[in-house]
Design a protein around this ligand. Structure first.
Ligand code: FAD
Length: 322
């Protein structure tokens, strides 16, 4: 299988698909739907344009961009069957690999308002079937299938005055969607955001987080590394009570949202229970991805985000006062 890696942005859809889309939408009008067989409709629709379907959500890959080591974001443009999502929800993504359909769950990492697109940020697992296929084979212009969004891991309504978000590895995706959603809407909730990864190069969205932290005084960032030497001001090792005490002075007053490997959720829940905090954290566990790294990476292993290194050292210390 030749690699088809194409980073960048999509070209325009084919003229045939542009012409066929309105026609197909007309045929699929609610009044005609009861008389249509989905499989027959989808078969003929697919002859006209790859993204046409009576009910299925077919999404075109509009752009692919790197986010961290072994992590790519896929910006998807779903067809009109897509009903949208709330920040923090998940979707099932289905791809056909060598004639077999495979489905995995991913959490959009973008804010829902961003022009109707869905961004899935996927960490490649060393022997992972779907993440490997997405990284190596999927190109701009390809079509993938999505489910409608699901799940109740969403921002509390009304949004509380203080939040604590704890992300482990690719578990950052639903929390990043929530964070972007809050900041896009100018909501000035006080947010303490802790993001853990194996090494600095594995810190997804590190540069963007740093930029957001500089722009939004209500965002207080903390980076942690579990398999590399932490820089001054960073958290070293796995999340613990000592880390919590460093990053927040008022955990009992904050709504806490966690996403990452099961072990991270268990630690957070146990700590909250031990300390008798009134509000249980809300969390979603995602399968831990194996570390691609050696235990002690060389200095050159720390260069995923240029901005992160200079920003975490000094400012993190002052932010940690909260
Ligand atoms: C609610 C939820 C949200 C999620 N959101 C995201 C997200 O936003 N981003 C993201 O990247 N992931 C997310 N995931 C994880 C995602 O669903 C997949 O589990 C992940 O992409 C791995 O799928 P895969 O097909 O690549 O790996 P699989 O093929 O399913 O393999 C799973 C694991 O087994 C290992 N493995 C496979 N074959 C072998 C073998 N022969 N020998 C040894 N080991 C092997 C792989 O290395 C991998 O670690 C989420 C999961 C859940 C439940």
């Amino acid at each position: 299988m030749p690699p088809r890696r194409t980073h960048g942005t999509a070209a325009n859809p084919s003229p045939l698909a542009s012409f066929a889309a309105p026609l197909t939408r007309l045929l699929a009008a609610p009044v005609l739907r009861p008389f249509l067989d989905e499989h027959v409709f989808d078969f003929y629709a697919s002859q006209l344009g790859a993204q046409l379907s009576l009910n299925r959500v077919l999404a075109r890959v509009e752009a692919i961009r790197p986010e961290a080591r072994h992590v790519l974001s896929f910006v998807l443009r779903p067809n009109p069957n897509w009903q949208g999502f709330r920040a923090g929800q998940h979707v099932q993504l289905t791809v056909e690999i060598d004639g077999v359909r495979h489905t995995r769950v991913y959490s959009p990492s973008n804010a829902p308002a961003a022009g109707g697109t869905v961004t899935l940020t996927v960490k490649r697992h060393p022997e992972g079937r779907v993440s490997g296929y997405l990284h190596e084979r999927v190109a701009v212009g390809d079509i993938v299938e999505l489910s409608q969004a699901f799940g109740d891991f969403v921002l509390p309504d009304p949004v509380p005055a203080k939040l604590l978000m704890i992300a482990g590895g690719s578990g950052i995706t639903p929390l990043m969607a929530m964070l972007r959603d809050l900041l896009v809407h100018g909501i000035d909730t006080d947010i303490v955001f802790a993001h853990y990864a194996h090494t600095h190069r594995d810190l997804i969205f590190a540069d963007e987080l740093v930029r957001l932290g500089k722009r939004h005084p209500n965002l207080h960032l903390h980076f942690g590394v579990t398999a590399a030497s932490a820089l001054p001001g960073e958290l070293s090792g796995r999340f613990s009570g000592e880390h919590l005490d460093r990053i927040v002075s008022d955990p009992a007053e904050r709504r806490t949202l966690v996403c990452g490997p099961r072990g991270l959720l268990d630690t957070v829940n146990a700590l909250w229970e031990d300390r008798g905090y009134p509000e249980s954290p809300r969390g979603v566990a995602i399968p831990a991805s194996p570390c691609w790294c050696r235990r002690r990476p060389p200095d050159s292993d720390r260069g995923a985000g240029a901005a992160w290194a200079s920003a975490t050292a000094a400012p993190a210390a002052s932010r940690a006062a909260r």
